[in-house]
Design a protein around this ligand. Structure first.
Ligand code: HEC
Length: 150
């Protein structure tokens, strides 16, 4: 019985390790189901800044893969789903987790996990240099995207 329990503990530990192997979040997150329910690092988002980060090559450059109807940007990609009216289908917490840790939801996704310390390894090579974003930048993006209602 003791031995069986010890073995079970080892198996669970191994499973936990391999799950965590993909990446670690860059800081503490309030993970609840498929959402991060509290702002990262207690930051307050600024929607206007979020829009800039979404478009900017030096920052999020989300337009590389996502289009938003009515967005004033020269190029908008379609590798990822269109984000028009996003707030009608996702809560701010759900949006936050998708930006901070997309690989937590879709382990093999092309979308980089932006609030992590490592593990862009599962991302296609051409996107491996995608910059990680700060807690403030992610909150700005959440503020912007949470305002997108159809
Ligand atoms: C390399 C391409 C790529 C980049 C860059 C990228 N994404 Fe994504 N994103 C995706 C893909 C692909 C999905 C769909 C998830 C899947 O099924 O793999 C997705 C999903 C999402 C979703 C969920 C959409 C929904 O309808 O459920 C959000 C929100 C999102 N991305 C926001 C962002 C933001 C914000 C940025 C910039 C910081 C960004 N993405 C950068 C590829 C990308």
């Amino acid at each position: 019985m003791r031995l069986a329990l010890a073995r079970l503990a080892l198996i669970l530990l191994a499973a936990a390790c391999s799950e965590g192997e993909a990446y670690e979040f860059a800081g503490p997150v309030a993970l609840d189901g498929d959402a991060i329910t509290a702002p990262l690092d207690g930051k307050t988002g600024d929607a206007a800044r979020g829009l800039e980060i979404f478009v900017s090559r030096e920052e999020g450059h989300c337009v590389l893969c996502h289009a938003i109807e009515g967005l004033d940007a020269e190029f908008q990609g379609n590798v990822g789903p269109e984000l028009t009216g996003l707030a009608d289908r996702l809560t701010p917490g759900e949006i936050r987790l998708r930006i901070a840790g997309a690989q937590k939801i879709w382990p093999d996704t092309l979308m980089p996990s932006y609030y992590t310390t490592e593990g862009l390894n599962r991302v296609a090579p051409e996107y491996q240099d995608a910059p990680a974003l700060s807690a403030q930048q992610i909150e700005d993006l959440v503020a912007y995207l949470s305002g997108l209602k159809a």
